[in-house]
Design a protein around this ligand. Sequence first.
Ligand code: NAD
Ligand code: TYD
Length: 340
Amino acid sequence: MKIVVTGGAGFIGANFVIHMVKKYPEHEIINLDLLTYAGNLENLTEVEHAPNYRFIRGDIADRKFVFDLFEKEKPDIIVNFAAESHVDRSIEDPESFVRTNVMGTTTLLDACKEYGIKRFHQVSTDEVYGDLPLDRPDLFFTEDTPLHTSSPYSSSKASADLFVMAYHRTFGIPVTISRCSNNYGPYQFPEKLIPLIISRALADEELPVYGTGENVRDWLHVSDHCVAIDLILEKGKVGEVYNIGGHNERTNLEVVKTILKALDKPESLIKFVTDRPGHDRRYAIDPTKMETELGWKPQYVFDTGMKQTIQWYLDNKEWWEHIISGEYSQYFEKMYGERL
Ligand code: NAD
Ligand code: TYD
């Protein structure tokens, strides 16, 4: 099998590529990534010399490039991780999210239609369901929850999901979609909450918590997400959506305090800053379908997963120091300059 993983130099994509290259020496894994600010080949040093791994630089929204690639490589499976993935950036520049997340996805689907494909898997997010109220802990997102997006990011992902389903129904493309909750783990770009807090706390810098810090996210270790996608490729039913999550709901403030405790840093570093516009209150996945139909169960409990993740950032300081000293420092200044 030839499997093209798009966005394989990003956080989850790189973890997935490493998982697949190691687990399936008989499969050829091609990592197709544009290497935007979020793409980093240093995430893949573990597998870069593996005989069943190759990297190709390219843009999923570049039709000529994508069609040439399909013509040459004739992939069996596409797993589409490539995306603009940060909500705050989508508020600053929605159009780049339409280009990559929507048009990039339809370009890949068009190539699948032209050249054929055994499976097109779309990596989506629970954010397509919008948010849940904080005072209704009994409510969860199921696969049947209506799409009801809040941010330009989630709107672009929901739009892509609708196109994926339309290409299945109209053109018979064999698709699956997974919608996962917030991921944490190694190689997450330090603009996202957990690595941002770890890196800033280690430098004794102020820790920006949006609004009151009461918003709830449902955290899943990235390796549990990768195993789930692997399982969907193997056993998932074409035309189906699968929600992925492990019932690890935490308020943002709880997450920040957990990190401070683990690093032995004072809570006085916390600074409550202006809220994110349209900030989703609570995400919470009901993973029953993954568990009962595909037999998936997450391996990590949040506390152990977080301990290991914090240790990874301590052991790999060079990896993130390299990022935060580069062009990212201008982004931080622009987004947080007046808030901190
Ligand atoms: P990321 O931002 O870390 O990585 C995105 C990758 O896509 C980068 O390597 C980037 O270079 C690449 N890319 C961007 N535009 C491209 C283009 N036009 N062509 C080719 N490559 C391009 O993102 P992530 O956090 O690893 O998320 C991966 C996927 O998982 C996304 O589709 C996201 O919506 C989804 N997801 C993320 C989370 C999460 O918590 N991070 C949760 C659920 C779903
Ligand atoms: P983030 O990691 O951006 O993921 P998402 O918005 O996709 O859930 O943010 C996680 C939560 O943390 C979200 O509620 C916003 C909040 N947050 C902060 O409070 N401060 C920050 O500096 C960042 C980046 C996020």
